[in-house]
Design a protein around this ligand. Structure first.
Ligand SMILES: C[S@@+](CC[C@H](N)C(=O)[O-])C[C@H]1O[C@@H](n2cnc3c(N)ncnc32)[C@H](O)[C@@H]1O
Length: 283
C-alpha cells in the first residue's frame, strides 16, 4: 500500500468526487430521518495543500486551484455544500486546507446522523483518529473495505450512503470494486452507493464499467469528467462516478454541474462531460 492521498488532494478528480459527495449528503439530510455514511476508503480526512506532498505534484492547481471564480448562480447552487465545507476548513478564506471525504461528511451530517470511516493504512488511520478526536458522530475502523462493508451494513437507520474510493494501485482493483458493490447492495438494497474510478486508459474504464453493468444491479447512474484526451501515457485524464440509487434531484444537479466543470477544468479546451444510466433507472 503505497498510495497517499495527500499527493492528489484537491485535483480535478477530487473536485468532481467531493462536489457530488457533498450534494448527495445534502440531499440525504433534506429528509428528517437520520442516516449513516460508510466511507470504505476514508484517507486521512483533510489535507494541507502547502504540504511537501501536495506541492510536489501540484495537482490541486488543476483542480480546486481553478475553482475560485464563481460560476453561474445555477451551478453555484449545486456547488453550495462543497463550497461551505471548504469555507468551514478555511475560516480566514482561501483554500489552503482541503477536505477529504470524511471531513465533507462530518461537516454536512446533522447531530442525528453518523459516519463510519474505514481506512486500512495504519498511518492514514492514525491521522484520521487524531484529526477528529472526540467527534461523537464518528466511528473509525481499520479493515479491508470488504470486511468493513460486511461488518457495518445494513445500517440500523435504514438510510444512507456507502462511498467506495480505492486507490486502484493493484491490478485486480476493478474486480474488487465489483465485489464491494455487489456485497453493499445485497446487504443494503435501498442504500446509496457511490463508486469513484480513474480514467487512465479506455481499456481500463471499459473493463470496469462493463463489469459493474454486468452485475445485474439496477438504478446505476454514471457521470464522467475528462480534462484531456486519453492515451496510454497521459496518466489521469479524468474520472468517473457510478451512483446506485441516486437521491431525488441528483440527476438534474449533475446535468448542471458536469458541463461547467468540464469547461472550467478542461485543459486547452479538451474538457468533456458525460452522464448516462448504466443500468435502467428505477421508475
Ligand atoms: C483515494 S484514497 C481515499 C480518499 C478519500 N476517500 C477522500 O475522498 O478524501 C484511498 C484510500 O484507501 C486506502 N486503502 C487502500 N486499500 C484499502 C483497503 N483494501 N481497504 C480500505 N482502505 C484501503 C488507502 O490507504 C487510501 O487512504
Amino acid at each position: 500500500m503505497n498510495y497517499r492521498h495527500a499527493y492528489h488532494a484537491g485535483n480535478h478528480a477530487d473536485v468532481l468526487k467531493h462536489a457530488v459527495l457533498a450534494k448527495v449528503i445534502e440531499r440525504l439530510a433534506a429528509k428528517d430521518k437520520p442516516f449513516g455514511v460508510l466511507d470504505a476508503h476514508a484517507g486521512a480526512g483533510a489535507y494541507d495543500l502547502q504540504s511537501e506532498a501536495a506541492s510536489k505534484t501540484g495537482e490541486w492547481l488543476g483542480g480546486i486551484g481553478l475553482m475560485q471564480e464563481a460560476f453561474s448562480s445555477q451551478v453555484e447552487a449545486v456547488l453550495a455544500p462543497y463550497r461551505r465545507v471548504i469555507a468551514g476548513l478555511n475560516p480566514a478564506g482561501g483554500n489552503r486546507f482541503y477536505p477529504g471525504s470524511p471531513d465533507i461528511a462530518l461537516q454536512l451530517l446533522r447531530s442525528i446522523d453518523r459516519l463510519v470511516a474505514n481506512e486500512l493504512h495504519p498511518e492514514e488511520a492514525d491521522t484520521l483518529r487524531m484529526n477528529y478526536h472526540g467527534e461523537k458522530r464518528l466511528f473509525i475502523t481499520q479493515l479491508d473495505a470488504l470486511a468493513a462493508v460486511k461488518q457495518q451494513l445494513p445500517f440500523k437507520e435504514r438510510r444512507g450512503l456507502v462511498l467506495i474510493d480505492p486507490p486502484y494501485e493493484v491490478k485486480d482493483e476493478a474486480a474488487k470494486v465489483c465485489r464491494l458493490l455487489a456485497e453493499a447492495v445485497r446487504r443494503f438494497e435501498t442504500g446509496v452507493v457511490m463508486i469513484w474510478y480513474p480514467i487512465t486508459t479506455e481499456d481500463f474504464v471499459d473493463g470496469l464499467v462493463t463489469g459493474i453493468a454486468g452485475l445485474g444491479i439496477g438504478n446505476l447512474l454514471c457521470a464522467e469528467l475528462r480534462v484531456k484526451n486519453t492515451h496510454e501515457q497521459s496518466g489521469l485524464s479524468g474520472s468517473g462516478l457510478i451512483i446506485r440509487n441516486p437521491p431525488f434531484g441528483l440527476e438534474e444537479d449533475l446535468q448542471i454541474l458536469l458541463p461547467a466543470l468540464a469547461q472550467r477544468l478542461g485543459i486547452e479546451g479538451l474538457g468533456r462531460a458525460k452522464q448516462e444510466w448504466l443500468t435502467p433507472k428505477k421508475g
